[in-house]
Design a protein around this ligand. Structure first.
Ligand SMILES: Nc1nc2c(c(=O)[nH]1)N[C@H]1C(S)=C(S)[C@@H](COP(=O)(O)OP(=O)(O)OC[C@H]3O[C@@H](n4cnc5c(=O)[nH]c(N)nc54)[C@H](O)[C@@H]3O)O[C@H]1N2
Ligand SMILES: Nc1nc2c(c(=O)[nH]1)N[C@H]1C(S)=C(S)[C@@H](COP(=O)(O)OP(=O)(O)OC[C@H]3O[C@@H](n4cnc5c(=O)[nH]c(N)nc54)[C@H](O)[C@@H]3O)O[C@H]1N2
Ligand SMILES: [Mo]
Length: 777
């Protein structure tokens, strides 16, 4: 049952916060962090019964010489806290180290048809996968196999396929060593079909920031947060998705830095935070207020917000004798300001108010603060990237920062908060469908072959290829594509037509239950586990959100003696699929990952100088950032202002009966891994098949609390997209929008509905209609 959370710990919410939250809708009364986060961890400990020593393992998490958390990509500080892990990081590690096992015996007892009846939560709760398995169509079961058989079988199938019809997906947890070898394998085999989870996430960042500032990643480092006096925060839910970042925000706030947030939902972590590691804050001291101003922008309304802010900053500059813009910076480093100014003159405040859902006075107040702040950092997440004009959201954000020279100096910059723990790094070392982002000539020289030159498939292209039958083979290194992709219900049948489906995973998920002609399910180590190879225990590396590279050393005994590392699985398949090449030394490389790092250094000498010598640098080592140094690797050689062609990021604004759907993560999930059914920080618990709507919108549509409804996608392209049986929950959201959980709502997202430039699916802005259950078609 969905209900208000019955949290009983003393509420530390200030009066002003109480009055700005709709009192009649579910919400969390306590500060983020605090006792609630400790309870969240205890619950998962009871549920997963991890093997002994888990506390000792957690104490090594995110510390130099320890292992890096597999949850989010937030940076790991040089001086870690005593506990450098958060509620969700602890959940992720405990989930990996469960004592439950999903064994050959389990598979002997259950057909895949039966297993398809289990929920995402139940599937992963069966425990860690223990043996390599092959699908047997005659019994509809996975049966135990050997690694030798699996490698030989997969290699033989790959040799039969046209390389261009195969796709090698990588979910963002794989290490730099895994990513480098995987990308090399793909290119030796003959394609650039290398999507990773970034294609569903921050690909908008990779493309749009590259276009306007010449580099596809953020420009800030951790010390910038010690010098900023304003943080502008768009569409990122820190309390749930990168909780350790709250410590950074708290420190900045306590130093006097201001923070202004734009988000359709009042996310608790962005309202206030009590540090669970601070005994005083856990008992008597008030929680830290995080956002000074919190504006509930309409979904897709950020372009209008940023246009309004830029417009007002330009007006202020005119009113105050040219004192507001950083003219020297603009002159030397940028291009396109005149076009932007001309466009903004045409844009009316009425349009800005309509698209953003915010009042002119509210935006004027923010513009005044921005115009008088010295150093400003811009933060964003999926709320900006997952839209049809996501790229323009980012270009507009950059416009605002460029006006006052807030990129490329201490205490300022643009800082996307990345998702998976190494998703950014995978792109850095060559996992990309875009060959222009990869030094193919270097690869040719190092390994004596001709790398394929044509653009490969993104995740959206993969889904389209599944639907039209042009994708014949898939290797999925981690992840759960069958749930994470748009149009997942339409794609579900298509998985069965694949000639080859190879899934490398730690726990059972839906993607493993949709076998093709030949299907293998291969179990791998997790990061906290020891990876023993010929040269001894191996270190792997990852790059965090702030472009810092860290070594990670697992010490736990593996969940099963039959597990292999991702690196050795890639090498095993590659050896079986490819003709021998004296320059390609799979066995040597897998014996000592230091040799793979030497190859990474040889391929990317500027970013990875002395890679092996810097593995455990406290806080990681920075791989360099041209925009931070005010070197603009754009087409014009300058930072680019962009004149907005549209004031909404939505593909279609909702009309008549339609509303905009945003899809959300709860505090009790990591993407498609559902730990449980509590969304504590939103005051929701017990169910995920819900739809959130504001009380006035409910009244206008004659909907009542608890009523079952069907959502139907309003994009007209001949395909039916519906999700039935969602329970209506009144919630504090702007008008004309609804929210539902990801991945449950993914059948509603058309695969064609993606960011125009980067093809990131528009998971935060799809027009839908609401029908009383049974009323649709
Ligand atoms: N515990 C946990 N941690 C995670 C993950 C997880 O699932 N669970 N996932 C990881 C991954 S892969 C990623 S990419 C990140 C995702 O982390 P985030 O970037 O935080 O992504 P979301 O939670 O999808 O959505 C972020 C926020 O966008 C807001 N929003 C929606 N539409 C709009 C809009 O149009 N404008 C604005 N301004 N805001 C909007 C939503 O209300 C929500 O608060 O987190 C990573 N960390
Ligand atoms: N509607 C909607 N859809 C979305 C989003 C959204 O906001 N809304 N967000 C999108 C985003 S940002 C992302 S990143 C994608 C996520 O998409 P994916 O990265 O494809 O999905 P995950 O849920 O992270 O993958 C979970 C599975 O990974 C496997 N796994 C876990 N750890 C490891 C490991 O170390 N190695 C290997 N080989 N396997 C491992 C486990 O078996 C687990 O079941 O979803 C996207 N889909
Ligand atoms: Mo992501």
């Amino acid at each position: 049952m969905v209900g208000l959370s019955a949290a009983s710990e003393g509420s530390q919410m200030s009066k002003s916060e109480e009055s700005s939250q709709r009192p009649d809708t579910p919400h969390y009364e306590n500060a983020t962090g605090g006792w609630g986060s400790l309870k969240g961890v205890s619950r998962i400990l009871v549920d997963q019964k991890p093997s002994p020593g888990v506390f000792h393992t957690l104490m090594r998490q995110n510390k130099p010489g320890g292992h890096m958390c597999t949850s989010c990509a937030w940076t790991k500080p040089a001086q870690p806290h005593l506990f450098e892990f958060c509620e969700n990081g602890a959940k992720a590690t405990i989930w990996d180290l469960t004592r439950d096992r999903c064994t050959p015996d389990f598979f002997a007892r259950h057909s895949l048809a039966e297993l398809r009846g289990l929920s995402d939560h139940e599937l992963e709760k069966t425990g860690r996968l223990t043996h390599p398995m092959r699908y047997d169509p005659s019994s509809d079961r996975y049966i135990e196999t050997t690694w030798e058989e699996a490698f030989a079988g997969i290699g033989a199938k790959l040799r039969e396929l046209d390389p261009k019809s195969a796709v090698f997906y990588l979910s963002g947890k794989g290490s730099l060593e895994t990513a480098y070898l995987y990308a090399l394998f793909a290119r030796l085999y003959g394609h650039n079909n290398l999507p990773d989870s970034s294609n569903m996430c921050h690909e908008t960042t990779s493309v749009a920031l590259k276009k306007v500032i010449g580099i596809g990643v953020g420009t800030c480092v951790l010390s910038d947060f010690d010098h900023c006096d304003l943080i502008l925060f768009f569409g990122q839910n820190t309390g749930t998705n990168s909780p350790r970042f709250l410590h950074t925000l708290q420190t900045a706030k306590e130093r006097g830095c201001k923070m202004i947030t734009f988000n359709p939902i009042r996310e608790r972590g962005l309202v206030e935070f009590a540090n669970p590691q601070n005994p005083a804050q856990m008992t008597v001291k008030p929680a830290t207020r995080i956002s000074d101003i919190y504006l509930q922008v309409r979904p897709g309304g950020d372009i209008a917000v940023l246009a309004g802010l830029c417009k007002r900053v330009l007006e202020l500059d005119a009113e105050r004798g040219g004192q507001i813009l950083d003219r020297a910076f603009i002159e030397e480093h940028t291009t396109g300001l005149d076009e932007l100014m001309a466009r903004l003159r045409e844009v009316s405040w009425e349009e800005i108010e309509k698209e953003s859902g915010l009042r002119r006075e509210e935006l004027n107040e923010v513009a005044e603060i921005y115009a008088t702040s010295k150093n400003v950092i811009g933060i964003y997440g999926m709320g900006l990237t997952q839209h049809v004009k996501g790229w323009l959201n980012l270009a507009m954000f950059v416009n605002l920062l460029l006006l006052r020279g807030n990129i490329g100096r201490k205490g300022a910059g643009i800082s996307p908060v990345r998702g998976h723990s190494n998703v950014q790094g995978q792109r850095t070392v060559g996992v990309s469908e875009k060959p222009e982002n990869v030094p193919l000539d270097k690869l040719a020289e190092l390994f004596g072959f001709e790398p394929p030159q044509e653009e490969g498939r993104s995740t959206v292209d993969l889904v389209e290829g599944l639907l039209d039958g042009s994708v014949r083979g898939l290797i999925s290194m981690g992840g759960n594509l069958a749930r994470a992709i748009p149009d997942r219900a339409r794609a579900e049948e298509a998985w069965r037509n694949l000639d080859l489906n190879v899934q490398v995973a730690t726990k059972l998920n839906r993607s493993h239950l949709l076998p093709g002609q030949a299907t293998w399910l291969l179990p791998c180590l997790v990061r906290a586990e020891e990876d023993m190879q010929a040269a001894g225990p191996q270190v792997v590396t990852m790059e965090d959100s702030l472009s810092m590279i860290h070594g990670s050393l697992g010490k736990r005994e593996p969940a099963s003696p039959h597990l292999k590392s991702e690196v050795t699985i890639i090498a095993g398949i590659a050896k079986a699929a490819l003709p021998p090449n004296p320059k390609v030394k799979w066995d040597e490389w897998t014996g000592d990952y230091g040799l793979i790092r030497d190859l990474i250094e040889a391929t990317y000498p500027d970013k990875f100088k002395n890679f092996n010598g810097r593995l455990f640098t406290p806080g990681g080592f920075h791989r360099g950032n041209s925009a931070r140094d005010r070197e603009w690797k754009t087409e014009s050689g300058k930072a680019q202002f962009t004149a907005p062609e549209s004031l909404t990021a939505l593909g279609e604004s909702p009309e008549g009966e339609e509303v905009t759907l945003i899809t959300l993560r709860s505090n009790d999930q990591f993407n498609t891994t559902i730990y449980g059914y509590s969304d504590r920080l939103r005051g929701l618990s017990g169910a995920r098949d819900i739809v959130l709507i504001n009380p006035e919108e409910m009244a206008r549509r004659g909907l009542s609390e608890g009523q079952l409804v069907t959502l139907e996608c309003a994009v007209e392209d001949g395909a039916e997209r519906v999700v039935r049986g969602l329970r209506v929950v009144p919630y504090d959201l702007p008008d004309s929008c609804v929210a539902a959980y990801y991945p449950e709502a993914n059948p509603l997202i058309p695969v064609s509905y993606h960011d125009e430039l980067s093809k990131t699916p528009a998971y935060k802005g799809v027009p839908v209609r609401i029908h009383a259950d049974g009323a649709v078609r």
